[in-house]
Design a protein around this ligand. Structure first.
Ligand code: ATP
Length: 585
């Protein structure tokens, strides 16, 4: 295929914003294109060389392209940059430069798609010392033979700014129109959703039609586009929608990961199909230990855990610490990332996306060994609103966002790339941002684990309820202590040690050590949430819950200037909570 034939399609696509027109333009092109060229043409139309999930990206810096254009056209770099400032788009700049030079250009071979593609491919893969020069050379070689309009699109492609506005759904429409019927579009879309590879789908359609596409299956190495949930705001609504009975899972607040496992090799993809493998060595290790034979594709949510409080941490918290004090190894040891598995999409040759929810869950339970680092999501089958509310509060207590309801009906398949009511999220916001620090009283402590063996792992912190003259718990504090503080704090607490819970303390938690309220620490939290376990302002927001401070971190300051009754009051915390409550929905 000549590159100019493809470029004339781009010119027409560029001139319209109508999805229908785009579909027509693409469909007629697909019909006439040679099968062998289709795959490359599709990727380039998407402004890529490969499917979305390939790590290798084009994205050449503007500067390098300017250098190349300067070399090819003989125009000074400064001049090109100047025009770029006015024009914005380097593609149009290139086109203009070429038009100006046209008279002097010698006749050259027309560019073929293969030649352009392979030059771009080589340029994108060249790495290391001198790679800038060799990238430039490879690019210059094709740009030299390009027409003005070809130069425009090559420039856009290499800088990652193709922007023809062809959405995946338009591409699927066009492929269906070209090679199948309207009714068969679903099969085409499914093939894309389970492979995330439009080029592959296009090529198979062109070569073997719909039958070919139907024989495309889920396979390890091709990330599956994720299934998404609808949202509802009450358990009653959800239960009604689900026919009175469904599964509820904890909705973890982390990073969704799709793990592809084969022969002991684990690759992790994000929900946007980026390769996350190198970011989560601990999750890779956990999955290897948990799944020992065969091949599988699983999904789960990755959440860092504070070993000492046993609570989940927000990701920002961990990465910020990694950058500052700890190396990756240390951070991994101190804040290991746990994966909570919630779905199984493929197992040893079987496409599990076409199997109902409970069967997938059973197979997942069977295939994966539960460890500390790889767990199954908490799940319960529930039929009544009360049970759902109770489970919801438990989820909040355990640091989750709420619940995911999942259909157990005969059609409860894994609908790749779709959002629907087979999954419903319930995360009524009982959370409020915290902008200010609070001063909390130490009323208890928990024995340390891991690196904190032998010292306190976490402290039980309380606010002061003035009306009742009681100290009410709000959180377990385990962050913000360096080694010096870890040694110092126990000494400071010694004078307050009591055998049992102090009579002024209201706590539903069983601490390992108890203190008379005395020591006041300044604490910064991320948010205030409703909690069934903590006792601060109990019953004020919900009849069966108090307030908790999530992700608390000691600022390093001991408030020696404050007595325990001058600490932050429970009603103050309540008004902080109310004034910054996130809007529901
Ligand atoms: P969405 O993913 O629905 O577009 P979003 O990115 O704002 O929206 P949420 O509304 O928080 O995400 O909810 C969906 C996400 O919840 C999932 O993509 C997944 O990452 C996460 N999640 C946590 N626990 C579960 C679970 N048990 N089952 C499914 N998803 C879960």
């Amino acid at each position: 295929m000549l590159f100019r034939d493809l470029v004339s399609v781009y010119e027409r696509l560029d001139a319209t914003s109508s999805r229908l027109e785009m579909t027509d333009i693409l469909a007629s092109f697909f019909r006439t294109a040679e099968t062998s060229a289709l795959r490359k043409a599709i990727y380039l139309t998407q402004g890529q060389l490969y499917p979305d999930f390939y790590q290798q990206k084009l994205g050449m810096a503007d500067k390098l392209l300017i250098r190349t254009l300067s070399f090819v056209t003989g125009t000074r770099e400064e001049k090109i940059s100047e025009v770029q400032l006015k024009e914005g788009d380097l593609g149009s700049v290139a086109e203009k430069l070429y038009q100006g030079k046209r008279q002097t250009t010698l006749f050259s071979e027309p560019l073929t798609l293969d030649r352009v593609y392979s030059a771009l491919e080589r340029a994108s893969s060249s790495e290391g010392g001198g790679s800038q020069d060799s990238k430039m050379k490879m690019l210059a070689e094709v740009l030299h033979d390009a027409t003005p309009v070809e130069a425009k699109y090559i420039s856009r492609i290499v800088t990652g700014k193709m922007r023809l506005g062809v959405a995946a759904m338009t591409m699927i429409d066009a492929l269906s129109v070209a090679f199948a019927t309207k009714e068969e579009r679903d099969a085409v879309e499914r093939a894309f959703n389970i492979t995330s590879d439009m080029g592959l789908v296009g090529e198979v359609l062109s070569r073997s039609g719909l039958e070919g596409v139907k024989s495309i299956h889920v396979q390890v190495g091709n990330p599956i586009r994720v299934m998404l949930a609808e949202r509802m705001s009450s358990p009653a609504e959800i239960l009604e929608k689900m026919g009175g009975n469904c599964a509820f899972e904890y909705k973890y607040d982390g990073v969704r990961v799709q793990a592809h496992i084969k022969d002991g090799v684990v690759t992790l993809y994000s929900r946007r199909l980026e390769d996350l493998t190198s970011q989560f060595p601990d999750v890779v290790k956990a999955l290897k230990e948990s799944f020992t034979v065969g091949s599988a594709i699983v999904e789960g949510e990755c959440v860092p855990v504070d070993l000492n409080t046993g609570e989940f941490l927000p990701f920002q918290e961990v990465s910020h610490r990694r950058g500052r004090k700890h190396g990756l190894e240390e951070a991994m040891e101190e804040y290991p990332v746990r994966i909570c598995l919630f779905d199984l999409l493929y197992l040893d040759g079987q496409d599990m996306t076409e199997v109902t929810y409970l069967k997938r869950r059973a197979a997942l339970t069977e295939a994966f060994r539960i460890t500390d680092a790889a767990k199954l999501s908490e799940m319960r089958m529930l039929q009544s609103e009360e049970e759902v509310q109770k489970f919801f509060l438990e989820a909040l207590r355990d640091g989750c966002e709420g619940l995911m309801a999942k259909s157990i009906g005969p059609d409860s398949f894994y609908r790749a790339g779709n959002r629907g009511f087979l999954w419903i999220k319930y995360k009524k916001e009982y959370r409020s941002e915290m902008n200010d620090t609070v001063d909390l009283v130490v009323v208890g402590a928990f024995a340390g684990r891991g690196k904190r063996k032998g010292v306190y792992g976490a402290l039980l912190m309380a606010t002061y309820n003035e009306q009742e003259d009681r100290f009410e718990t709000v959180s377990k504090l385990g962050s913000g202590f360096d080694d010096a503080a870890l040694a110092e704090i126990p000494k400071r607490l010694e004078q307050y040690r009591v055998q049992d819970k102090h009579h002024l303390v209201s706590s539903n938690m069983q601490a390992d050590f108890w203190f008379e309220p005395g020591l006041v620490l300044e604490v910064r939290g991320a948010e205030i949430t409703v909690s069934p376990i903590h006792t601060a302002a109990y019953g004020k927001v919900r009849k069966d819950g108090g307030l908790a401070i999530r992700f608390p971190r000691w600022t390093g300051k001991i408030r020696d200037d404050k007595g325990p009754r001058e600490a932050t009051r429970s009603d103050e915390l309540l008004s902080m909570y109310r004034s910054q409550l996130k809007q529901i929905e």
